[in-house]
Design a binder for this molecule. Structure first.
Ligand code: DQQ
Length: 541
């Protein structure tokens, strides 16, 4: 069809055509993983929102089904917005979602509804019933047009509990609601969590996480070895932030640890293009899985021309880092079933200004796993103390912008040049740069820089960045990148810091694209080990 189809992905989740945004109500039921998503059946821009629906045996290959929840009742006439699934006792799934009941006020008057399967013996859960006793939660004193995105419910002390995202002026609020029967819900006196001066909390998520090992926990789990994660999507910054904390069961509130920063300068699941994410507990592999949406970075008219917009990133397993202060994320192991041709490298040295091309795999659909080593930290460049004047919530991103790949350094920049054209007119660098701070401490910067990614001047080409909290004593840094035509998802140090970029090369497409390793610092970098695979095209919708 259209030439722009070169940007369609080979193994990321997308519908056949049209607009997609938030992942909704991920769950496992009778042999299938279910994914619902915000979908416009009528076009490639946001609007007419229904719940698209697909099922999968392995979270990688997907069968499309008819939209599961579409506007049809007075309580959702103007839209069926984001929501979550809860599995009630007896393996009975229920969905709670936001219904838009009036067009006005912008963006519409919002209530929370429930839907149940029409036929519990259908593992595809194709038909959903929206009972007439909806809505189950209505705003009373709350902001009627900022009151949405109910979470998965959890159970304790005789009650089901869930939270609804909201705001009051610039205060982000997660309201707590309780119910004995899942039908009659009462608002708790105190919000579950709130934070001033940050704006609307969209798509909140709250879940327990084990302080031992990597297994996930069912959302209702309590215990001494259990910490909690609270995440919100901030509509003003368009990033997903989380804190690690505890659940005060007496007051029924969430309290972030004092090691967690709550707000714009806090931890993000992903320092790039990643929003409105949601987790669920996978009872089969006993893990917690994170789904996140990456929108396009191109213009509205380009989206319309190519007939689609939005992808879901590869689902990630999430667990607590041994420090207890942050999460680790890693692409689900099922992705490895798509690995094809393999290329391996050992002990390749790259000097300042040097590159090394990785050949023999399909570099536009690839999985790259590489460990870099160096002999000394001495050449790390000085961290510029003036950078303390940069906005703290975007510090790493700003430094990635100031110190791009072409600015020579000491220890770094080194990393990958992905989706590179033959004469490097276009390339997307994913790289590390190590700084020395006064007092001798080191700071590791990780960047995914779309600035040189495309000759097309209309695209949004940010240089995303995050810091990596890593001990450099072993003089090693590792990187995994998933490349898929118009998306690059990169995981530093086993998933401590993650950055996803959307890019639209005009020359570096299909067989004209190249992949290089590079170093532009004075310290020699050794590729201790590189494993790279072609990734086969998945059966998606
Ligand atoms: N998208 C949905 C809302 C949610 C927003 C509407 C986040 O429910 O707050 O499509 O991307």
């Amino acid at each position: 069809e259209n030439v722009k189809q070169v940007y369609r992905t080979g193994y990321h989740f997308q519908p056949k055509k049209n607009w997609m945004n938030d992942p909704n109500a991920p769950m496992y039921y009778k042999g299938f993983y279910h994914l619902f998503y915000q979908y416009n059946p009528k076009g490639a821009v946001w609007g007419n929102i229904v719940w698209g629906h697909s099922v999968s045996k392995d979270l990688i290959n997907w069968i499309p089904l008819e939209p599961a929840i579409v506007p049809s009742k007075p309580f959702d006439r103007y839209g069926c917005w984001s929501g979550s699934a809860t599995i009630l006792p007896g393996d009975k799934p229920v969905i709670v979602y936001t219904g838009i009941i009036n067009e006005k006020p912008e963006p519409g008057h919002q209530v929370q509804n429930y839907a149940i399967p029409a036929n519990y013996s259908d593992p595809y859960l194709q038909k959903w019933i929206k009972p007439d006793n909806n809505p189950i939660i209505k705003p009373i004193h709350e902001n009627v047009s900022s009151f949405r995105d109910p979470t998965t419910a959890w159970f304790n002390n005789g009650h089901w509990k869930l939270i609804v995202g909201s705001k009051s002026d610039l205060r982000g609020i997660a309201y707590l609601y309780r119910s004995r029967d899942f039908i009659k819900w009462t608002k708790a006196k105190h919000p579950f969590h709130t934070k001033n001066d940050i704006g609307m909390w969209e798509c909140p998520d709250f879940y327990p996480i084990s302080s031992q090992g990597t297994n996930g926990l069912d959302t209702s789990t309590l215990g001494n070895d259990v910490k909690y994660v609270f995440k919100a999507s901030l509509d003003l910054t368009r990033f997903d932030y989380y804190t690690i904390g505890r659940y005060n069961l007496v007051k029924d509130i969430y309290v972030p640890d004092n090691t967690s920063v709550d707000g714009w300068a806090g931890l993000r699941y992903d320092y790039g293009n990643f929003y409105a994410s949601k987790t669920f507990f996978d009872p089969i592999k006993k893990r917690r899985i994170l789904w996140g949406w990456a929108n396009e970075s191109s213009t509205r008219s380009e989206d319309i021309a190519k007939g689609w917009s939005g992808i879901q990133l590869i689902p990630r397993k999430v667990w607590l880092d041994h420090s207890g202060h942050s999460l680790l994320q890693w692409p689900i192991m099922e992705l490895e079933s798509l690995r094809g041709q393999k290329k391996q490298l050992n002990n390749v040295k790259i000097k300042k200004g040097g590159t090394f091309e990785v050949k023999g795999i399909n570099v536009v659909q690839a999985d790259i796993d590489v460990t870099f080593t160096f002999l000394s930290l001495d050449k790390a460049e000085l961290y510029d103390e003036k950078w303390k004047d940069l906005p703290s919530e975007n510090l790493a991103k700003s430094i990635c912008g100031i110190r791009g790949t072409t600015v020579q350094g000491g220890l770094g920049p080194f990393g990958l040049l992905a989706l590179a054209s033959s004469k490097l007119e276009e390339y997307t660098p994913v790289f590390f740069r190590v700084f020395k701070k006064a007092g001798g401490k080191h700071k590791v910067l990780f960047c995914s820089d779309a600035t040189p990614s495309s000759l097309n001047k209309n695209e949004y080409k940010p240089s995303f960045g995050g810091f990596v909290d890593v001990d450099l004593r072993e003089k090693k840094l590792s990187l995994r990148s998933l490349i898929d035509h118009s998306v690059i998802e990169s995981f530093a140090e086993g998933g401590k810091t993650v950055i996803s970029s959307r890019v639209y090369p005009t020359l570096a497409i299909n067989e004209n694209a190249h992949l290089h390793l590079f170093n532009n610092g004075s310290e020699i970098i050794t590729i201790e080990r590189l494993n790279a695979w072609s990734i086969k095209t998945a059966h998606i919708n």
